[in-house]
Structures are given as C-alpha cells and as structure tokens.
Design a protein around this ligand. Structure first.
Ligand code: AQP
Length: 341
C-alpha cells in the first residue's frame, strides 16, 4: 500500500521534558515551519504524555508545555496555518496507543535503541517505567491518529517512524483493511543530528547532564558565545575539503551547525573557511547563532508573559485536532470490533 490515497498531512511533536535546544530547532521546528503551506496540512504537538515516561515535576511540566509551545510559535509555527496543541488535551492519542500496544510485538519494542539509551541495561532497565518502554507505540498513535503521511524528525527518531510503519502495516493486514497510511520519515539536511558540544559521539539533548553541552533556545548572546568557545574540538584547523571532516566528530558537528543555521551545505561552509583555525571559526559560528536565535528567544519571552493566550491557542488547537482524530479513532474501534452502543 502507498500513502497516495491519503491527504498529504504532516505530524510531528516535541516533548516538554526541559527547555528547547538547538537540536530540537534544527532537527525539527525549523523544518516544520518550512513545511507549512499549500502542499500539506500540518499538525504539530507538544507531546506531554511522552514527557511523563520519565519523572516530571508537575509545575515544571505545565511551564515546560507552555515554553515549548512558545518556542514553536516564536520560530514561525502559525496557529492559523497549522494545528498546534498539547497531546493530553486530545485523549484519543492514549486510546489509539492502547490498541497499538495490542498490535505491536514485544520483540519489536526490544529492538528500540532509544529505550536502551535512556533506560540503560540490566537492573537499571528494570527500573524504567513501562511507559518509556511503550513510548514508540504512543508515537505511532500520535502519527496515525491523523493519518499523517509525512513525519519530519531528527535522525534519532527514524527507528520509531519505521516502527510506526510496521504497526500500520500489521494492523491493515490483521484486519484486512487499507486504513492506516505508511508514513514517510522526512530526515534531510545538515541539522538532522546535532551533537553534544562536549562529546561529539552523543546527541545534544534537553536533559543532558551539563548545560555546557547544549545550546538552549533561551540562552543569551554571552552564554551562546561562551558555549561555542568552550565546545570540544580537536587541535587541527578546519580541513580544505569536507572529506577531511570524517573521523572528526566534534569538528563536523560545528560545521554542520553552521551549515544548518545558514541554509548552506557543509561543502559550502568549508569552501568559505578552508583551513580556518578555531579562533576564527568558533566566533563566526557564535555570531551566526546569536543572529538567528536572539529574535526567537526575545519573542518566546514575550509570549511566555501571557500564559492565558498560550493556553487559549493550545485549547483551540486541541479542538481542531479532535475534528480529525475523533472520526479516525471511531473507525478504528469499529474495525477492531469494539462495540459502540
Ligand atoms: N540533537 C538533535 N539533533 C537533531 N534533532 C533532534 N531532535 C532532538 N534532539 C535532536 C529532534 O527534536 C524533535 C523532538 O524531540 P523530543 O523532544 O520529542 O525528543 P528527544 O529526541 O528525546 O529530545 P531530547 O532533547 O533528547 O529530549 P530528552 O533529553 O528529554 O530525551 C524530534 O524530531 C527529534 O528527532
């Protein structure tokens, strides 16, 4: 089955498990903004039910939900062009996730690398929540509840979108229907895997241990400059060609960040700074990042000052989301044979 009989529709989300990072911006939000337009219906979600798969302080969770929504709005998500809401206000997500828990196989979940990364192994993994283990099934529900055909995500989420396709295919096969589309992951460009500034082998995360390892969307200009200045690199200057970045993860990361922020390719960045030392490149990168992020963080602060307005926008977005989600869940119940009397 192809996705062609379905309305071209984009779904993607971000967990409010901390402040937004440059990784979330380049890997997700920046591209979500670009996908708004006549080619797709766009549905964007603050996935608070995913956040609680690890402990969240309730007040921080509420604030974080509003902050992530403010970050999306400040970056250019237009609540008129897109449906923007928080997941828990559309209970159909959790209901469809239960059905998918009964479709997905334990063996599939056991292969998910993000669970292994987050839960550790052995006794540590046993202490992880059942929700963290089942997370990919909820993510499949998020996507398929809207019959989404395209899912723009960072590279770390590729495996979960592939699992979503497996769940859709198994559901369709088990019930002999052509009901759920096989959604396509949209993963392209140099910002798809922004790495930790202190360790180029790990991705930049909101919940990483040290604040110095990430750029937060709310960091001020001095903090951004300091973090790039202290970012780990090797002693060599930038190479003359992009091939020279292989086996140099930290250097590659800084070049990729520059490329993603300036809408250039890594090749173009290297052509602009061939053989440059870090004393030249790091300040140029910091200036570029400040230039791009400062207007967003200023707008985020303005939006965050009016919580009632953010809440109003999210409630309106949830109403619009339910207009799509409710009939799809009802049809799913009918297909499965759950009686609606
Ligand atoms: N470092 C990254 N590079 C590129 N894309 C990234 N994304 C996250 N980190 C990077 C993309 O951002 C979207 C939302 O991700 P999420 O917040 O739902 O979950 P996550 O991937 O688990 O993000 P974090 O920052 O690592 O959160 P914590 O630390 O709380 O687990 C996704 O499209 C993701 O690919």
């Amino acid at each position: 089955m192809t996705a062609t009989k379905f309305t071209p529709r984009v779904f993607s989300g971000i967990k409010p498990s901390g402040g937004l990072t440059l990784g979330n911006y380049l890997g997700a939000i920046k591209r979500w903004v670009d996908m708004q337009g006549p080619s797709f219906e766009t549905v964007y979600c603050v996935v608070d039910l995913h956040a609680i798969t690890v402990w969240q302080d309730p007040k921080d969770l509420r604030d974080g939900t509003r902050e992530v929504a403010a970050g999306m709005l400040a970056s250019g998500i237009d609540p008129e062009k897109s449906i923007l809401f928080n997941q828990s206000q559309v209970p159909e997500h959790a209901e469809l996730a239960w059905i998918f828990n009964c479709v997905a196989r334990v063996g599939w979940m056991n292969r998910m690398t993000q669970f292994k990364d987050k839960a550790g192994s052995g006794k540590d993994a046993e202490k992880a929540s059942l929700g963290l283990y089942a997370y990919p099934s909820l993510m499949a529900a998020d996507i398929l509840l809207y019959h989404a055909t395209h899912v723009p995500v960072g590279e770390d989420q590729k495996q979960h979108v592939e699992l979503t396709r497996d769940i859709a295919a198994k559901f369709n096969h088990d019930f002999g229907v052509d009901f759920f589309p096989l959604a396509t992951p949209v993963i392209e460009g140099p910002g798809m895997r922004v790495m930790n500034l202190r360790d180029g082998s790990k991705k930049m995360s909101k919940s990483g241990e040290s604040d110095m390892e990430r750029i937060n969307m709310t960091d001020d200009a001095d903090t951004i400059s300091k973090k790039f200045k202290k970012a780990k690199t090797d002693p060599e200057p930038l190479p003359e060609t992009v091939e020279g970045l292989s086996s140099r993860p930290e250097a590659k990361n800084l070049v990729d960040i520059y490329a993603a922020l300036s809408n250039m390719t890594a090749e173009q960045v290297i052509a602009q700074y061939p053989g440059a030392g870090w004393g030249t490149f790091k300040p140029a990168l910091a200036d570029l990042a400040v230039d791009k992020l400062a207007p967003i963080s200023t707008e985020m602060k303005r939006l965050m000052a009016d919580k009632a307005e953010i809440d109003r926008l999210l409630a309106r977005g949830a109403e619009r989301a339910r207009e799509i989600a409710t009939p799809i869940l009802r049809q799913t119940y009918d297909i499965v044979g759950l009686l609606r009397s």
